[in-house]
Ligand binder design. Structure first.
Ligand code: ATP
Ligand code: MG
Length: 249
């Protein structure tokens, strides 16, 4: 079953067209990887999927479980089962991380945001499995988090949300090898339980921990190549210039 479908998406930022007709699908149980050189438009796609109002859809659509979410607010998209993690997550130091976790759990369970939540213990357990020190729960969201802690915290929130679709922009950047293993295992778990995962990556090292079902390559706002994990290995070997020069694989 298709859980996320991007249909001929054109997106402009401040009047400049960045995405020029992007189409892709993520099915239930699939991990789909998006690669592409710096500035090709990967984060633009992820911000647009999240519903950042700076990114204006001028053509095309975004479907979650077959229903358009293009005109929904980020909160409405989240409520429908979409989780998006960003390349550079935003710190909100005035909100305690434990409160954010509790609020997310409460929102999922239809409770008041400030209610005590019985699943907080589960969050501590998952955090340990992700190698996240428990003191982060007593700190502000992102307050002094290291790059790797940010990425692990993001994956923790995804695991707790159990989204229909998890979209993560460079979840492997800044992670040490143990972090990569933990995050890889978590993403495999999300897919195994029927969720779809869309992630961007620059590196083949993630393949040690998960094999994407499909890999797309973006270039100047368009998807120019589609295949399997061999694309990731080829990019590592010859770079994008080499990949494009020889007309592909
Ligand atoms: N607010 C903005 N104003 C102007 N240009 C923008 C804006 N946001 C993105 N762009 C441009 O859009 C292009 C795509 O950027 P994007 O961040 O999507 O690339 P990316 O593929 O994620 O790159 P990276 O691998 O470096 O993360 C870049 O040329 C970028 O400068
Ligand atoms: Mg990016």
């Amino acid at each position: 079953m298709t859980v996320l479908e991007i249909k001929d998406l054109h997106v402009s930022v401040e009047g400049k067209e960045i995405l020029k007709g992007v189409s892709l699908v993520v099915r239930s149980g699939e991990i789909v990887a998006l690669m592409g050189p710096n500035g090709s438009g990967k984060s633009t796609l992820f911000q647009t999927i999240a519903g950042n109002p700076k990114y204006v859809v001028t053509q095309g659509d975004i479907l979650l479980d077959g229903v358009s979410i293009k005109d929904l607010t980020p909160e409405e998209r989240f409520a429908k089962g979409l989780f998006v993690g960003f390349q550079s997550p935003v710190a909100v130091p005035e909100v305690r991380f434990a409160f954010l976790v509790q609020a997310i759990l409460n929102k999922k369970m239809g409770k008041k945001l400030s209610d005590a939540n019985p699943r907080l213990g589960e969050a501590y357990k998952l955090a340990s499995e992700l190698g996240l020190k428990l003191d982060v729960f007593n700190r502000g969201v992102g307050a002094g988090f290291s790059g790797g802690e940010f990425k692990r915290a993001e994956v923790l929130l995804a695991l707790l949300t159990k989204p229909a679709v998890t979209v993560l922009d460079e979840p492997d950047s800044g992670l040490d090898i143990d972090g990569m293993a933990a995050v890889g295992k978590a993403l495999l778990g999300l897919a195994k339980s029927g969720g779809g995962v869309l992630l961007s990556t620059h590196y083949a090292r993630i393949l040690k921990f998960l094999e994407p079902h499909k890999v797309y390559v973006m270039y100047e706002g368009r998807l120019v190549m589609e295949g399997g994990a061999e694309i990731v290995r080829k990019v590592e070997e010859v770079g994008y210039e080499g990949l494009f020069k020889n007309g592909g694989l």
